[in-house]
Unconditional design. Structure first.
Length: 599
């Protein structure tokens, strides 16, 4: 994830300040940047040493371009995270050749300015009024004045507050522009028994230049940065409760205020009341823990989304896959990915589980319990077990759109049959119910898995548009000498359809590819993709031809001849039209309307 993540703090003495940040360095990036000399070094050691050198130079020279970094005299304990001279933290990813470096400030002056600007905005002017809060509504004029002063101080008078999403001073918010970068900010409070109001104000920000990527990462960042904040607040609450039990601060302040001289509060501010976050949580390894969390967020956030390089126009399967993506109410695209382990549980793994209706789970409990059920690995494997004649008949039914019903006791076996058979069709033509306790109509699915005891309606059994494949386990058949994992299994096919002797042309080419033992499975898969794209292009031509107006049978036959198709392919072509993407349908219909002659 090409971003910078930072922890910020609002100091009562120095204002908004950056406490801790983490950024990623690729192996080919110049990792040592010195603004004075322009030196570059390729190692992290030289990068960290140059960072310490630039800090010392910035403290000595007011004209240095790196002097934006605050001097030690300009910061208090609450504004510092790592001790002076501490090199920071480094984590290396050997797989991606990326190093994650954590320190208090970014060493590059331009990056420091960007992070500093985001820090100031996150802890000052990026606030939204909670309209349902009576306390806010009662002091509306004062709030407007405060907002105007904040805007004048930060120089952001043009910021549209009505676009903010943070309901008050706590919570997530998004802001930014193309010049200063786009920022995800989550503000929060930490309990402190010696602070005004008994709490300190912090924020965690994620800064990056890619606005779209950051917006699509919103749900991920809200969830996991919220976890970090919750853990920090829990640590601080425990310390706060202990201190309050030992010496209640509120009662002490009230007692001292009655006996204090006039300059008591001015002298009191000179005490140690600006305590660092390590003290508030009593965790000496806090920033090491934050480094681990920030590294995980950057790495997991980058692995969530990957770019696909298209070497040409997107295929119909790609368009169908894009149309099936779920859009949330907030306008984000929901993407199912394999979750990464969290820093607290690095060895824990999570798996996406598919849920089924309760009655389906009860009916298939026996089949799911057998983990040794054999499965089909490829279309060629299925053809070898079923036989060439049986495969020819089943594939013919699939290509023309008839419903394939698979019944059996072993659910993994039935699902493997569906997985290999669906490769014969374009993605848009596949409507799959892998397992159901009762029969589903053909308009809902053309691939259906049922338990062996499931009842099929009589009208289905007598129709020619259905094929039933019964997978019989060894307990119900006699022993055979079949040298395969399906030894002792048998398959029974039932149908009322009378198929023509000559099938679609694409079926003949598929069978030739499967018969050729010199072709590997990868080559056969590539051949299937090529054949499906070839015939989907013919389907597109026929679809536009049929929507252009009424055509005679002779015109249709001439078009089929041009497309090198025959009447045996007509039924398959009509079924494949149903698998066209909505985007292509809309485009074809609009072009047909625009090119039609006026009445």
């Amino acid at each position: 994830m090409n971003a910078i993540i930072a922890l910020c703090h609002f100091c009562e003495l120095h204002g908004p300040s950056v406490l801790f940040h983490t950024q990623a360095f690729h192996s080919r990036e110049p990792q040592g940047l010195d603004a004075e000399s322009g030196e570059e070094s390729g190692s992290l050691a030289s990068f960290l040493s140059s960072g310490r050198r630039s800090r010392s130079q910035s403290a000595a020279s007011s004209t240095s371009s790196v002097s934006n970094t605050p001097k030690k005299s300009e910061t208090c304990q609450a504004c510092r995270s790592v001790p002076s001279g501490h090199p920071g933290f480094v984590s290396k990813d050997p797989d991606t050749k990326i190093s994650y470096v954590s320190s208090q400030y970014p060493e590059h002056p331009q990056l420091f300015s960007i992070v500093r600007q985001a820090c100031v905005r996150s802890l000052s002017c990026e606030i939204v009024r909670r309209r349902t809060d009576p306390a806010v509504l009662s002091d509306d004029v004062a709030e407007k004045r405060l907002r105007h002063l904040l805007l004048e101080k930060c120089g952001t008078q043009g910021v549209p507050f009505h676009n903010r999403v943070c309901p008050g001073r706590e919570g997530p918010i998004f802001f930014g522009d193309d010049h200063w970068g786009h920022v995800f900010s989550h503000t929060f409070f930490i309990k402190d028994s010696q602070a005004r109001g008994f709490q300190r104000w912090y924020s965690i920000i994620v800064v990056m230049m890619d606005k779209i990527y950051l917006i699509n990462s919103w749900p991920f960042l809200v969830k996991h940065i919220g976890e970090i904040i919750s853990k920090l607040q829990d640590k601080a609450i425990k310390v706060y409760d202990q201190e309050q039990n030992q010496c209640p601060e509120r009662a002490r302040r009230m007692n001292e205020s009655f006996m204090a001289p006039g300059d008591f509060f001015r002298r009191q501010r000179g005490g140690d009341h600006f305590r660092p976050l390590v003290t508030l949580t009593k965790d000496d390894g806090l920033f090491k823990w934050l480094h681990q969390w920030f590294v995980w967020v950057l790495k997991a956030g980058g692995n969530r989304m990957t770019e696909k390089l298209l070497e040409g126009p997107p295929t119909e399967d790609v368009l169908i896959d894009m149309e099936k993506q779920e859009e949330t109410e907030e306008g984000f695209i929901k993407i199912n990915t394999k979750p990464m382990p969290s820093p607290d549980q690095p060895t824990a793994t999570e798996e996406l589980q598919q849920t089924s209706p309760p009655e389906a789970e009860e009916a298939g409990a026996e089949g799911d319990a057998d983990s040794t059920a054999p499965v089909f690995t490829s279309l060629r494997h299925f053809r070898q077990i079923i036989g060439s004649q049986g495969f020819h008949s089943i594939a013919h039914h699939i290509l023309i759109g008839n419903q394939i019903i698979i019944r059996g006791e072993k659910r993994p076996t039935m699902e493997s049959i569906i997985n290999v058979l669906k490769s014969l069709l374009p993605m848009g033509c596949c409507r799959i119910v892998p397992y159901s306790a009762t029969y589903e109509d053909s308009w809902k699915c053309n691939f259906l898995g049922l338990p062996l005891v499931a009842q099929i309606p009589a009208h289905v059994m007598s129709s020619e548009y259905y094929v039933i494949i019964d997978v019989l386990s060894p307990a119900k058949v006699q022993q055979t000498l079949e040298p395969d994992v399906f030894f002792q299994y048998s398959f029974l096919m039932t149908t009322k359809a009378q198929l023509p002797e000559k099938g679609p042309a694409i079926l003949q080419k598929i069978e030739l590819a499967l018969e050729n033992e010199n072709l590997s499975s990868a080559v056969v898969d590539a051949c299937l993709v090529s054949l499906k794209e070839e015939w989907m292009n013919k389907v597109k031509v026929l679809f536009k031809f049929s929507r252009a107006g009424s055509r005679s049978r002779e015109d249709t036959l001439k078009l089929l001849q041009v497309l090198e198709a025959t009447e045996e392919d007509t039924q398959m072509l009509k079924f494949w039209m149903t698998g066209l993407s909505n985007q292509h349908r809309t485009h074809m219909l609009s072009s047909a309307i625009s090119t039609s002659p006026p009445m």
